[in-house]
Ligand binder design. Structure first.
Ligand SMILES: [Zn+2]
Length: 596
């Protein structure tokens, strides 16, 4: 890469003209019309009645085409709204796309009901048809899920009631969060920080007294709103439990496990190994406490930096470093990343008016991805770039598969991204310019392990216990604080001096109605990726082809089958998980050695 890389992305290649693109307007019109005719065909197929086999081949073809186009439209508007938060036209388009997407979602529910109509005896023949066999996994899964639910009319009623009786609690929670401000004195005057601003400052400010003050205000702020948050949490959980009860599901883990295509045995094996390795993490926390000059770390010390990273890495240098290190594992992944940089797939410019954060989104019709972030030259920026390129590569290797088997679950969604990030972070640690830089990079990496082994574990313990208790009745704010504190102490092995009892109120993940248990898939994804990385390191470049084969199967297998087929391991047993934990332990040993 000789000449300087562009740091803005190219969206015109999809639809020229941004949010005023006439091509995109026409694209949406055509999509809307075809969703309408798909609905009609579904209606007709439903009327044909029981006994008859619906024209599945036709419907499946159209459904996949519509899903692809919907993803293209969704990707385009999310790029538009992210690159300029003041683009009002883009917001209108986003609303329109969301509406179309929920119409397609409703059609999908009707399609699932059709699958359920097919008699058991003929089902096997139907999915063995060469036209349907490549998507048999997805069709079986949809049919199975439909069968485990209430009859379609009752599910339709529950979905309608959920708008105001379930999802509304989540929206109410967001309203509460939106009005919270946290006062903070800086340069002699008091400013009101939003929840997000206060959180970042509280966790990352190098000055402990700043973190401490903000944490006290943070707890106070959530205590003030705790009653409303408790009501939201109690009622959305009550709705969920009532629906599960009428479907005859007794475990609250059934839905999240099914949706992550994993078994209870796998979940237990994973947490067991996490527990068995906690002594190492406790040793790290104790050492960090000593470095910070405190007896025991507090909650607000967990992400505190221990060193200073002052070196700025120019964008071109970051690109080169990423491509070069990808190449050590996979030439294909390296060439892919080089193409993404060269063909302007990445929006990285540091300018005002952009949304914070980063993401990767895929244009499935065009078979390209786009990465959004703000690159400011920090090592964190380099690893974010690598992370998002990992997501893009995952999509890239799946591009030629039928859309219905491209949908991977949350727990494997971070496999390729964490893998890519790890390759680059480890290389950066190796290439560190000074011992201080090396230590700071390593510590940053271990912080993430602490989050997955301890913080996420606390969330899981809390949520499991909360739902059990909620079966018997409502919980008070004091009950919730008590459960949270107990879960944190257990998950952190009593290693902290101060905990965060109102965490259940401050963490929006507990209030996501579309995804129950928004916690354990994170730890799964992290460790799964580490396990894959351990095999890649042991095997060298010959692993690259197996890696691609694994990624391609993430949307059409249970995780147990995926791991058995491509890694030769049994996820319900501890060995694989331990091989992943070994890498975490290796980092901690190195950290302890460097800080002796
Ligand atoms: Zn990610």
């Amino acid at each position: 890469m000789e000449k300087s890389l562009s740091q803005t992305w190219d969206l015109d290649v999809f639809f020229p003209g941004g949010s005023r693109s006439p091509e995109f307007a026409r694209f949406l019109e055509a999509l809307e019309a075809e969703i309408g005719s798909f609905e009609e065909r579904l209606g007709a197929a439903g009327q044909a009645g029981a006994g008859g086999v619906p024209p599945l081949k036709d419907l499946v073809g159209t459904l996949q085409d519509l899903q692809n186009r919907m993803s293209e439209a969704g990707a385009f508007v999310s790029c538009l709204t992210a690159q300029d938060v003041k683009d009002e036209q883009a917001k209108l388009l986003e609303g329109r796309v969301r509406q179309l997407s929920s119409r397609l979602q409703a059609a999908l529910t009707r399609f699932e009901a059709l699958l359920r109509q097919v008699p058991e005896e003929t089902w096997h023949q139907v999915v063995a048809d060469p036209a349907l066999a490549p998507v048999a996994f997805a069709l079986n899964e949809m049919r199975q899920r439909a069968a485990e639910k209430l009859p379609p009319e009752q599910e339709a009623l529950a979905t309608a009631l959920a708008v105001d009786g379930y999802h509304a609690w989540s929206q109410l929670y967001h309203t509460v969060v939106g009005r919270i401000t946290i006062p903070f004195e800086t340069d002699g005057k008091t400013v009101q920080l939003s929840v997000g601003q206060a959180f970042n400052r509280m966790m990352e400010d190098p000055d402990r007294s700043v973190r401490q003050t903000l944490f006290a205000r943070w707890e106070e702020a959530w205590a003030r709103e705790a009653e409303l948050c408790a009501a939201a949490l109690n009622h959305l959980a009550g709705f969920r439990l009532a629906l599960y009860r009428s479907r005859g599901w007794d475990s609250v883990l059934k839905e999240p496990l099914d949706r992550n295509r994993m078994s209870q045995a796998t979940l237990e094996a994973m947490w067991d190994v996490v527990n068995r390795n906690k002594d190492h993490l406790v040793a790290y926390l104790q050492r960090k406490a000593r470095i910070l000059g405190v007896e025991r770390l507090a909650w607000y010390d967990l992400s505190a930096p221990i060193g200073k990273l002052t070196r700025r890495i120019p964008y071109d240098e970051a690109a080169e470093f990423i491509v070069e290190n990808f190449r050590r594992f996979s030439p294909d992944m390296a060439d892919f990343a080089a193409r993404a940089f060269r063909e302007r797939w990445i929006e990285a410019e540091d300018r005002p008016g952009k949304r914070p954060g980063g993401f990767c989104t895929s244009f499935r019709v065009s078979r390209q991805s786009r990465i959004f972030m703000t690159y400011s030259g920090t090592p964190g920026g380099v690893s974010t770039l690598a992370h998002e390129l990992g997501h893009a590569y995952h999509q890239h290797v799946m591009n030629d598969l039928p859309p219905l088997v491209q949908n991977y679950a949350m727990n494997v969604a971070e496999t390729a991204s964490t893998f890519a990030e790890m390759v680059v972070v480890d290389a950066a640690i190796q290439a560190a310019a000074s011992p201080e830089e090396r230590l700071a990079l390593l510590e940053d990496k271990i912080q993430r392990s602490v989050a997955f082994f301890m913080d996420i574990h606390a969330r899981f313990l809390f949520e499991t216990r909360f739902y059990e208790a909620r079966k018997k009745g409502l919980l008070t704010v004091a009950d919730l604080n008590g459960l949270m504190l107990e879960a944190q102490k257990e998950a952190f092995r009593d290693a902290l001096g101060e905990y965060h009892p109102h965490f259940w109120a401050s963490k929006l993940h507990f209030y996501i109605t579309y995804w129950p248990f928004y916690n354990f898939p994170y730890t799964f994804g992290y460790l799964f990726s580490y396990g894959v990385y351990a095999q890649a390191r042991a095997e060298g470049p010959s692993f690259a082809d197996r890696y691609v084969a694994l990624l391609r199967d993430t949307g059409r297998m249970t995780v147990e089958d995926l791991a058995r087929k491509h890694l030769g391991v049994d996820l319900t047993q501890p060995d694989f998980w331990q091989s992943a934990a070994d890498l975490v332990v290796e980092d901690i040993r190195e950290f302890l050695r460097l800080t002796e």
